[in-house]
Write a protein that binds this ligand. Sequence first.
Ligand SMILES: CC(C)(COP(=O)(O)OP(=O)(O)OC[C@H]1O[C@@H](n2cnc3c(N)ncnc32)[C@H](O)[C@@H]1OP(=O)(O)O)[C@@H](O)C(=O)NCCC(=O)NCCSC(=O)C[C@@](O)(CC(=O)O)C(=O)O
Length: 258
Amino acid sequence: MTNDVSDWWRTAIIDMEPGRIALRGHEVQDLIGQAGFAEMIWLMLRGERPDPRAAKLLEATLVAAVDHGPQAPSIATARMAVTCGLPLNNAMASAVNMLGDVHGGAGEQAVELYERIDAAGGPDAVSDEITRWRTEHGRYIPGFGHRFHPVDPRAPALMSLVERAERDGIVTGQFRRIALTIERHLAETASKPVPMNIDGATAVIHAELGFPAPLARGLFVLSRSVGILAHAWEQSQQGGRNKGPTPPRYRWTYYSDG
Ligand SMILES: CC(C)(COP(=O)(O)OP(=O)(O)OC[C@H]1O[C@@H](n2cnc3c(N)ncnc32)[C@H](O)[C@@H]1OP(=O)(O)O)[C@@H](O)C(=O)NCCC(=O)NCCSC(=O)C[C@@](O)(CC(=O)O)C(=O)O
């Protein structure tokens, strides 16, 4: 057994000594008042300061995913948690835990799928790769479909920013073309419209900017945390105790299985 504990935690993220804090090699006092929050997220995750136009594109994804109202499971959970007497941090943690493969976290799989299609040759490979994806994961394609919106207004807004960034030479647009081809493929083959959703569109930007797939989910969590906090705070100001997902006058459907 060694007594050497000098290597217990290793990190390239932060260096500190009494009176000094340096983040990714930048003195914190040089960042404060100078770096925007999206730029800071980029610096922390990737160790370099981004082109401001790339940071702006990342910021657009953070703005877009902020909130989707109390019908979204994450937001409803935050509000319910507060009525059960939980403080803001517990309400936020409960709500963030609702974000997964089906709600708000599908960006991770969407980036994976886009990258797979890209590696297989780009838009021409969409049909074959979707078949392969379905064999492995089932019929739902991540980043597409919405139970509320026939067209998720966040997706075309984000996609037009990618188009502009492509014209400005900030991204290649290769993942935008792949996602649009998937959307067309689903429109031709599904029984109902399966539009690109917020997860699919933010995944395009994350892939275009070179973020690894798991970070797409982490970035959605960062964004949605803002809406979660706002709703938890608002609910705490309104009061309300022990509210469930529906008003008491609504009943679930009971059936006898005996
Ligand atoms: C999102 C939803 C469950 C919706 O389902 P729906 O209820 O509309 O459709 P279902 O009744 O399940 O299916 C009806 C017919 O469409 C076919 N169909 C549907 N989706 C299809 C698809 N992706 N690929 C192929 N086919 C599809 C299906 O195969 C069936 O075909 P058929 O059997 O022939 O009748 C579904 O799309 C889905 O799992 N997507 C993949 C996961 C995903 O991307 N998650 C992120 C969603 S964004 C989000 O979470 C953030 C949010 O926006 C949330 C909010 O607020 O809600 C916010 O900001 O908080």
